[in-house]
Design a protein around this ligand. Structure first.
Ligand code: CA
Length: 412
């Protein structure tokens, strides 16, 4: 497949991708959009001018501040619209080039907004390597995984209101911490600020309260994926998390990449899941390739521009896949809504250069990272920007996510 648009071979946004997002133009106009190379496609104006007329939906849903109503059209419709966009900008349709060029905007002239209103947010804990590292560090290396971990995808309900789009700066959170050698807790800015490298999926189809989604049907409910950074305040977390789990250590801000990459676009990059031993209960069993070969990197960029890649991981390492996560989440009848975000949990590989958090990379601060400017990092400093990037690539087909980045500002 080729496009009549020119873009670099290295672009995440090849004609094979056709992601969906929400953009704000220079004059303030907000529309739904897609992207090929560095060209952003204004889908509302394209539809208004009749290029999507074979689809009978109300075109004004492409002029909203979120994609929720568009996504709610259902995958049979949104998948067909994606295919139509792909055709319009493909070489086969080059004769229409002059009619279509006016719907293109340079990427650097638009601002990406949060693509969906996130109805509910759940964070899983599905990387065996991550759970093992954390268990070894804080409990017992010989029994790093808790007894439930190999039997269910552990998760917690997170906070949707503080999820922001890439580029949004975040203030260092303040909170309550307690040093091991002090009798009383104290209050102040977090000292151990960390990222968590994750991938999240956006739900595209709701269920009724009481209904469950099987692993076999789960993909019908998943619209697409985003990169996700679950910002974490380790010192606050350590003191607050017993016995109910993460709370203020996590809800001060999480961030997503702006373009939702559809499951359709990720189809060629399916791969086998890690072997699950013991065999999970029947409602968690699945058939077929449910993991994705998605390369992930994390970079820290200091305020002076000094930059270092601190992690190279891959989404394929996940022990519990998205279908199992959704089946587990709904097995008790919990209903899901369009726009729900379910994050994978920190994605760590088996070697230190593939760990998905500073907690693991520096092993709790014991092995600091050396930055090119000579400074070191145990955790994230004020002025640092953390960038997560991700892409799939196979047989010269590249489908990527762009990036999710945030700069950390001093505590407010
Ligand atoms: Ca997490």
């Amino acid at each position: 497949m080729k496009s009549w648009l020119n873009y670099s071979n290295d672009s995440d946004f090849s004609i094979y991708n056709i992601p969906f997002g929400i953009i704000q133009q220079k004059d303030g106009t907000i529309v739904a959009a897609s992207r090929i190379g560095d060209n952003v496609i204004d889908l509302y104006t394209l539809a208004k001018d009749g290029f999507l007329d074979e689809f009978t939906f109300d075109k004004s849903i492409l002029r909203e501040k979120t994609l929720n109503r568009f996504i709610a059209l259902g995958k049979p419709v949104t998948s067909a619209i994606r295919k139509k966009i792909q055709f319009l900008f493909s070489i086969e349709n080059e004769t229409s080039k002059n009619k279509l060029i006016k719907y293109l905007l340079p990427d650097d002239e638009v601002k990406n907004l949060l693509p969906v209103h996130i109805s509910n947010y759940t964070d899983f804990y599905s990387s065996r390597e991550h759970a093992t590292n954390v268990g070894a560090m804080f409990r017992d290396p010989a029994n790093a995984l808790l007894p439930n971990w190999l039997h269910l995808p552990v998760g917690y309900h997170g906070r949707a209101s503080s999820i922001v789009v890439s580029g949004t700066p975040l203030h260092r959170p303040k909170g309550q911490t307690k040093a091991d050698d002090q009798p009383m807790p104290s209050f102040g800015p977090c000292r151990l600020l960390d990222f968590e490298l994750e991938v999240g999926f956006i739900v595209g189809k709701e269920t009724e309260l009481g209904d469950s989604v099987s692993t076999a049907d789960a993909e019908d409910y998943i619209f697409g994926l985003v990169l996700f950074n679950d910002w974490s305040a380790r010192d606050i977390q350590k003191w607050e998390y017993v016995p109910l789990g993460p709370f203020l250590a996590k809800n001060f801000g999480s961030s997503v990449s702006p373009w939702i990459v559809t499951l359709d676009a990720l189809e060629p990059f399916r791969t086998d899941s890690p072997q699950q031993e013991p065999t999970p209960l029947s409602y968690l069993q699945f058939a077929g390739k449910k993991n994705y070969d998605l390369n992930l990197t994390v970079d820290i960029v200091a305020e002076n521009g000094s930059a270092k890649t601190v992690s190279k991981s891959n989404f394929k390492h996940m022990y519990w896949n998205m279908c199992q996560q959704l089946a587990h989440h709904t097995v008790n009848g919990c209903n899901i809504e369009v726009g729900d975000l379910y994050a994978s949990g920190t994605i760590s590989g088996s070697t230190p250069d593939s760990y998905g958090s500073m907690l693991e990379i520096t092993w709790g601060g014991k092995n600091p990272i050396q930055m090119p400017d000579g400074t070191e990092r145990k955790f994230i400093l004020d002025g640092d920007t953390v960038s997560i990037k991700g892409f799939c690539e196979k047989e010269n087909v590249k489908v990527g996510f762009g990036e999710v980045f945030n700069k950390i500002l001093p505590a407010k």
